[in-house]
Ligand binder design. Structure first.
Ligand code: A2P
Length: 336
């Protein structure tokens, strides 16, 4: 049998990729609804040789939808995900609206798929893009040697902020190359030829929401509230692909060589680790447009006896959002 699917936010950066990934992975789709705001209702989207018409979410009746993939922002999810669930759909939500509720599982397909089963609200949360790739890389290490502490600095691409942020990077770059001024609109300061140590909103402890997501989501996904996470989130002028400089301390000693061997066997991961120019993953050379998480620069921390350093790169729109959401949809559909 085939599955009736709704993609909410289908005209956005993540929504468009959800459609692409559904097609690539040959998800057994029955009826497919593409939904967005009133603004883009009536627009046409090509899908597998068919022309789909974008429907207005506010006017849509979710009856008959089996699985709904949401990526239209937190406020849209808060309002509409419960309505879809009440109509019988399983909602896979890419926003942060439900991620921290105990009655909503937060799932990385390779890491904690068993958590999917416990979804009393019919809602499953897709993790934040930065946490997603970090978990694919660190879960195998955690299982082997127990993570005590994670220090992380991210280098996040603008696609994570959405389509308008990508346009802003393009517009500012073109302006600056023709000796005009860059006008910040989406980001508080110029993003072209710059780096910005700010993602999300500032919280009371001085960290930003994007930084605190790494703390909360890591603990929830790995099921271990004792793991210390210290994050600095940085936005960089890259279109697709988040990178992370990750420094960990484990409870048991794990050498870089042993960690590399573990990672080479781990699902969803590709190790690219040669000590030479280009022998490491970057967003442009490896991750952009690809589904795996790439890991390189695996080193024994010379400042700590149980420390390891690594470099983790993935396409934030694919594994970081759309691909994982579709993988979760596959797992949910396979339960039947
Ligand atoms: P629309 O194109 O109609 O604005 P991005 O993160 O790339 O900016 O994409 C956001 C997605 O969420 C778009 O598909 C956008 O649709 C959708 N969206 C935003 N606000 C709403 C809303 N109030 N109702 C339905 N969809 C929305």
């Amino acid at each position: 049998t085939s599955c009736n699917v709704a993609v909410v936010g289908a005209t956005g950066a993540v929504g468009e990729t959800m459609l692409k990934v559904l097609a690539e992975r040959k998800f057994p789709i029955g009826k497919l609804h593409v939904l967005a705001s009133e603004r883009s209702a009536g627009e046409k989207i090509e899908f597998e040789g068919q022309t789909l018409v974008v429907e207005d979410l506010a006017a849509f009746d979710p009856k008959g939808v089996d699985i709904a993939l949401f990526s239209a922002g937190g406020s849209v999810s808060k309002e509409y995900a419960p309505k879809f669930a009440a109509a019988g759909a399983v909602v896979i939500d890419n926003s942060s609206a439900f991620r921290y509720q105990d009655d909503v599982p937060l799932v990385v397909s390779e890491v904690n798929p068993e958590a999917l089963k416990n979804r009393p609200l019919g809602i499953v949360a897709n993790p934040n893009c930065s946490t997603m790739q970090l978990m694919v890389a660190l879960a195998p290490i955690h299982r082997q040697a127990k993570l005590e502490r994670i220090n992380i600095a991210t280098y996040q691409s603008v696609s994570g902020t959405g389509k308008r942020a990508m346009e802003e990077l393009g517009r500012q770059t073109a302006a600056l190359l023709s000796f005009q001024e860059a006008q910040p609109e989406i980001y508080p300061v110029q993003i072209a030829f710059n780096v910005i140590p700010h993602g999300g909103d500032f919280t009371d402890n001085g960290y930003t929401t994007e930084e605190m997501k790494l703390v909360w989501e890591t603990r929830k996904i790995l099921g271990d509230d004792s793991i210390g996470v210290n994050a600095t989130v940085v936005r960089v002028p890259v279109f697709y692909g988040h990178s992370e400089a990750v420094h960990i301390e484990t409870r048991d000693k794990l050498s870089a060589a042993d960690a590399r061997a573990l990672l080479e066997k781990a699902p969803g991961l590709v190790v690219v680790d040669e000590a030479k120019g280009g022998g490491y993953p970057t967003p442009v050379t490896h991750a952009s447009g690809e589904d795996p998480v790439f890991v390189g620069r695996v080193r024994d921390d010379i400042s700590h006896p149980r420390g390891l350093s690594l470099w983790v790169v993935a396409d934030n729109i694919r594994k970081g959002a759309a691909t994982n959401a579709v993988q979760l949809a596959e797992l949910v559909w396979a339960e039947r």
